[in-house]
Design a protein around this ligand. Sequence first.
Ligand code: ZN
Length: 205
Amino acid sequence: MSNRISIPYNFTVGESTIIANNFSTHSDWSKTVFNSIKENIVAHLRTQQNNTCCYCKYQLGFDIKQVDIEHIIPKSEYEKFTFENRNLALSCPACNTKKSTKPVLNNPIVNYPTNGTNFKIIHAHYDDYSNHIDIINNCVFVAKSKKGSETITFCELFRLSTVEQKSKAHQTLSPNLLHQLVGELKTADPQDKKELIDIIKDAIR
Ligand SMILES: [Zn+2]
């Protein structure tokens, strides 16, 4: 399974014309004239991302409001990248909301970057997720790099251990997993450490 988008969405000539004729500011993104283009973007990226959120890796839903086209660099900050195909990825609405318009670039840019080095967070097109974050038990996010740590903070991914705990409140952790979680404590960031301790406490209570 690929951990990043290998092929960005390619706008057709017709779509490029619609964009050229109807886009001037980032708020134009919500115009209905772009609806069919967005549907095509979503369909393409679902396949590229194995139908998972680019930040939390949860499965994306198919009903309305269960998937967002995420602008990696906020369109309000760099509106010229509103329809930049390498700036688009699919996220769950929760991650999109948490990430909001926080600035993701280390340094200001003129042209869209061709690699991920200028990004504080994992870039869905340029970075291999598994190099930056390990996900344990589908809900504990352990940073393996600065980018991983920033992504966890930007999207508040620590929220998901609580979500998962609530949804699996009737289950208990297996001894093997408990052992694994305790092992993770040694190298965890302070924020992850706190989450890990909470989960372990809950499991042995
Ligand atoms: Zn998400």
